[in-house]
Design a protein around this ligand. Structure first.
Ligand code: FAD
Length: 385
């Protein structure tokens, strides 16, 4: 079954969906509101499930080649004491691949390169879609209209399309945290590939890249909307006395490179990831807190699953029913687990709760961290028909 599709949103999820649809012979147009296709973010970890989805989409090898495997790291206290070590080699043995870290701009660029430029329309916001014609969806694009068999709503956590399809849904909510992050402008001497350090209501972490630079992120419990005139100065005061390499990462950062976002998630699960001929995908469908590093991985799973369903089912309706049944329970379970991981980890601020958390982590049997990762990363990708 071939057809025409419009993908609304050119983030990681939308581009991956477009690649999948093109691989199964569909004509695809991606419509992105930003004037240029890019990804506003620092770095990202991709677990085995995300990498397996990228393999289905045909871009796994290119992403692995540009990424840095994560073999060493774990979770520490602000003084540097290890609470849990990550055994990346054991994970790689169990899953066939280590977790990898990659600059988001590089990942986004590799996805973009897998699509012919004529598929991509930038600088156009899609306000809504018209479902009045039977068997078609009409998408206003600038002064014209694109007529499609399928629309993929990949327009992110604040998805307008989702709002139109599910007007009773409350939409995203703030989870109580704010995140500041950046990529260093030069290589930094790091002793591990990936680390998290948990304080009281705070987290500082890094992902090392193949070129020696790194992304770091700082998460703070905070009401939404709080912004700082001197962001890097505030971070130095909060984290400057934390263990090496936290101060070194801040020192290797240009102030104008620091991104600051409040964390929002779809705390109320959607009743469906589809409506008529529209599939919701990525953060539009299941925006989750970043505590498991699974949001983009789940978007990649969505993209591979959608393409597989459309390539094997006899109709768009049957394919979307399968997409919803395969994706919704899993993505929503991962979102719940991510929320819990945040509440039991970074967000704890009472000294007693923090002490209990740290003790539990320190006493956990070796392999507990790997098992926690395996729970979500061990996903069997569908085959394209
Ligand atoms: P987006 O990236 O939000 O893309 C949506 C796109 O749609 C945007 O380009 C937007 O401009 C466009 N758009 C919106 N509305 C319209 C419209 N009306 N018309 C046209 N275009 C529109 N995930 C991981 O797997 N691993 C990690 O390590 C990880 N770390 C994270 C760290 C942080 C701090 C955060 C916040 C998230 C992290 N995530 C991680 C989650 C991941 O970033 C997201 O899940 C993922 O980027 C979602 O991609 P998306 O394409 O669905 O949405």
């Amino acid at each position: 079954m071939g057809g025409t599709a419009v993908v609304v949103g050119g983030g990681i999820g939308g581009l991956a969906a477009a690649i999948g649809l093109r691989r199964i012979g569909w004509e695809v147009t991606v419509v992105e509101r930003a004037a240029a296709l890019a990804d506003a973010g620092a770095g990202i970890s991709l677990h085995a499930n995300g990498l397996r989805a990228l393999d289905v989409l045909g871009v796994g090898a290119a992403v692995r080649a540009a990424a840095r495997p994560q073999y060493t790291g774990g979770t520490r206290t602000p003084s540097g004491r290890w609470l849990a070590r990550m055994d990346g080699a054991a994970l790689a043995r169990a899953l066939g691949t280590p977790i990898v870290g990659i600059p988001r701009a590089v990942l986004h660029g590799l996805l973009r390169d897998a699509l012919p430029p004529r598929c991509l329309v930038v600088g156009v916001t899609v306000p809504s879609v018209d479902r009045s014609a039977p068997g078609r969806v009409r998408v206003p694009v600038g002064d014209g209209v694109l007529d499609a068999d399928l629309v993929v709503a990949a327009d992110g956590v604040r998805s307008r399309l989702r709002g139109g399809l599910f007007p009773g849904h409350p939409g995203p909510v703030h989870n109580g945290s704010t995140v500041l992050r950046a990529v260093t402008y030069r290589p930094v001497a790091l002793h591990s590939d990936f680390e998290l350090t948990w304080g009281r209501g705070t987290e500082f972490g890094h992902i090392a890249f193949a070129d020696g630079r790194a992304e770091w992120h700082a998460v703070l419990n905070s009401p939404p909307g709080v912004r700082y005139a001197d962001t890097l100065g505030v971070l130095r005061r909060r984290f400057g006395r934390w263990h090496d390499p936290v101060p070194a990462l801040l020192d290797a950062t240009r102030p104008e490179q620091v991104l600051h976002h409040d964390v929002h998630e779809l705390a109320t699960p959607l009743p469906s990831f589809t409506s008529d001929r529209i599939a919701l995908l990525g953060d539009a469908a299941h925006a989750m807190t970043p505590n498991l590093g699974q949001g983009a991985c789940q978007a990649l799973e969505d993209a591979a699953t959608l393409a597989a369903a459309l390539s094997t089912e006899p109709s768009v309706a049957a394919a979307l029913a399968r997409y919803d049944s395969e994706r919704r329970p899993r993505a929503q379970a991962v979102a719940r687990a991510a929320r819990l991981a945040g509440r039991m980890g970074q967000q704890l601020s009472h000294p007693l709760a923090v002490a209990l958390r740290d003790t539990a982590l320190r006493l956990a049997p070796s392999g507990a961290t790997a098992r926690a990762v395996l729970r979500h990363a061990d996903w069997a990708p569908p085959a394209l028909g």
